[in-house]
Design a binder for this molecule. Structure first.
Ligand code: MCA
Ligand code: AMP
Length: 508
């Protein structure tokens, strides 16, 4: 790690000398050079300054993926503002929670979402709202091309907050994980090194850029190595395969790999130009790992991370990539499998993964209690992921301490859905669980106990209410009415039993 504390300054240091080189190409064929990246980022930074955004202010952004969206992120880094990206699937009520909690000084949304955003912003006092659309237009960009750049890169200290991402961790309502410049720099540096990124690489980038995986991992490696990106607006297996021949690295969640496998065009010759396939965000099934190797000759490299920590472990670039494991701790990151007092367990013993290193979050936004709960006295962060270490030091994740669901790489917290279902007329209670799904890995389903089993409420009405409030990926793929839910002696619903009973419901 070099002395530079601002992540954007570190990125600038890594850019190729020839700024006319292409930094990224969109799927529509638009080529963006490094000089355009630097100039537009500088102008956006200046625009943010004109709008009154100051170091430490939150800039909440819910926009479609585009080069300008990426420059807006870099502009926030440049001026020391805290970048707060939000999933484009979030509805008005979800946004209202994040805005009320984070109190952003500026909210940037798409023209489509802005009426809803303005309504929320009105209730928040002085939040400014600007638009940025996928084509690079919008009120944030008005007159930008002729704007003189007046702001340079702010010298930040390593533990200044660069970005804030909302996550529920293991419990409770979403909390803003404060990620520092040092955390982002150290993690991007270690991954660039470990995965052998160079300026010769071309990264096929199809992930969303509102999460750690697409923004910090993928873009971080590209920026620090000078690799070019083929920047797709979203993942589409057909379009991705159209660009395989030009790319050398691909990163995705397991659903991307199962969708690629479902496409007959995937074979060894289609993947001949690739040197590395990386998977993460959710468990990669052994069958996906093996089928991918049989079809393409490539062994997927699985790694493991978390919003709060960035990446913690990785299978090796050289050496054995062991199926069913997430590899070994990355350099500079200490990891232990611990019992519930934080004591290290022996290899083979199952416990919770705890990690420590420069990659860790600074804390949860305005939530000292949850921050204290998440850390041990000796500085280790408690991930909530349940695992054991094999005799060679590879980490095998076997479950999660919470009943969080990961569907297609997105985390879903049952409580949030259960609370809404339980408020519906005719419902006594509900249990939301994740069950195996051929495309999403896990799918959300709801088991509902109606007040009158002979006359259960209309599931279409419950669905409609859920859709008004929650992002689409959280909506149950099925709702089942039952007379009773299984309980333990304390009266708590036994979700493990429900997961077992409905395990086959959505399988092939
Ligand atoms: C979309 N839908 C989903 C999901 N995505 N349902 C369940 N799970 C999902 N993940 C629903 C929509 O609500 C909609 O429902 C229908 O599917 C079609 O929506 P569309 O947007 O067209 O779907 P898609 O394009 O097929 O998207 C699926 C996807 C996407 C490509 C797998 O979800 C995706 O890109 N996931 C990646 C997430 C990711 O980047 N995760 C990293 C975060 P309806 O038709 O009923 O309206 S985790 C992270 O960063 C940590 C640190 C880590 O370790 O990496
Ligand atoms: P998030 O809160 O979105 O950052 O999700 C992080 C969670 O995703 C982790 O705590 C793990 O439960 C899960 N995760 C990430 N990568 C993997 C992986 N390779 N295998 C299994 N689970 C993973």
């Amino acid at each position: 790690m070099t002395g530079q504390a601002n992540f954007y300054q570190r990125i600038l240091q890594a850019l190729p000398d020839d700024r006319n080189k292409t930094c990224l190409t969109t799927e529509l064929g638009r080529a963006v050079s490094y000089s355009e990246l630097v100039a537009t980022t500088g102008r956006l930074a200046t625009r943010l300054g004109q709008l009154g955004v100051r170091p430490g202010d939150r800039v909440a952004v819910q926009v479609e993926k585009s080069p300008e969206a990426l420059f807006l992120y870099l502009a926030c880094l440049q001026i020391g503002a805290i970048y707060l990206p939000l999933n484009t699937a979030y509805t008005g009520p979800e946004l209202a929670y994040f805005f009320a909690d984070a109190r952003p000084g500026l909210i940037v949304g798409t023209t489509k979402m802005v009426p809803a955003i303005l309504e929320i912003a009105q209730g928040l006092g002085n939040a400014l709202v600007r638009t940025l659309d996928q084509d690079g237009g919008g009120s944030l960009m008005d007159g930008l091309a002729s704007l003189e750049i007046t702001l340079s890169v702010l010298e930040t200290s390593p533990d200044d907050v660069a970005a804030m991402l909302y996550t529920s961790g293991t419990t409770g309502r979403s909390k803003g994980a404060m990620l520092t410049h040092l955390g982002l720099i150290s993690n991007a540096e270690v991954l660039t090194q470990e995965w052998g990124f160079t300026a010769k690489d071309i990264l096929l980038h199809t992930l969303p850029i509102f999460h750690v995986h697409g923004l910090f991992v993928a873009c971080g490696c590209a920026f620090l190595s000078g690799a070019r990106m083929l920047f797709h607006a979203s993942f589409d297996a057909e379009k991705a395969l159209d660009h395989f021949a030009q790319a050398t690295v691909f990163m995705g969640v397991p659903t991307y790999y199962s969708r690629l496998l479902a496409n007959p065009r995937l074979n060894a010759s289609a993947a001949a130009n690739m040197r590395l396939f990386v998977s993460g965000s959710a468990p990669l099934l052994p069958e996906t790992f093996h089928h991918f190797r049989e079809r393409t000759g490539h062994t997927i490299l699985e790694r493991y991370g978390m919003t709060e920590t960035g990446m913690n472990t990785s299978n090796p670039l050289r050496g054995e990539r062991r199926v069913g494991t997430v590899g070994q701790p990355l350099p500079g990151i200490a990891l232990r499998i611990a019992d519930d007092t934080g004591k290290s367990l022996k290899p083979g013993e199952v416990g919770v993964i705890e990690v420590k290193g420069p990659n860790l979050l600074k804390g949860y936004w305005q939530n000292p209690e949850k921050t204290t709960e998440a850390f041990r006295q000796d500085g280790y962060f408690i991930t909530g992921d349940v695992a054991y270490e094999d005799p060679d030091g590879y980490i095998c994740i076997v479950g999660r301490a919470s009943d969080m669901i990961i569907s297609g790489g997105y985390n879903v917290y049952p409580k949030e859905i259960e609370t809404i279902i339980d408020e519906q007329p005719g419902v006594t209670e509900s249990a939301v669980i994740g069950i195996p799904h051929p495309d999403f890995g896990e799918a959300v389903i709801a088991i509902i106990r109606p007040q009158n089993p002979a006359n259960p409420p209309d599931s279409a009405l419950i669905l409609a209410t859920l859709k008004k409030t929650l992002a689409g990926f959280k909506i149950p793929k099925k709702m089942i009415f039952v007379d009773d839910l299984p309980r333990n002696t304390m009266g708590k619903v036994i979700k493990a039993e429900l997961r077992k009973a409905y395990a086959q419901l959505l399988e092939k």
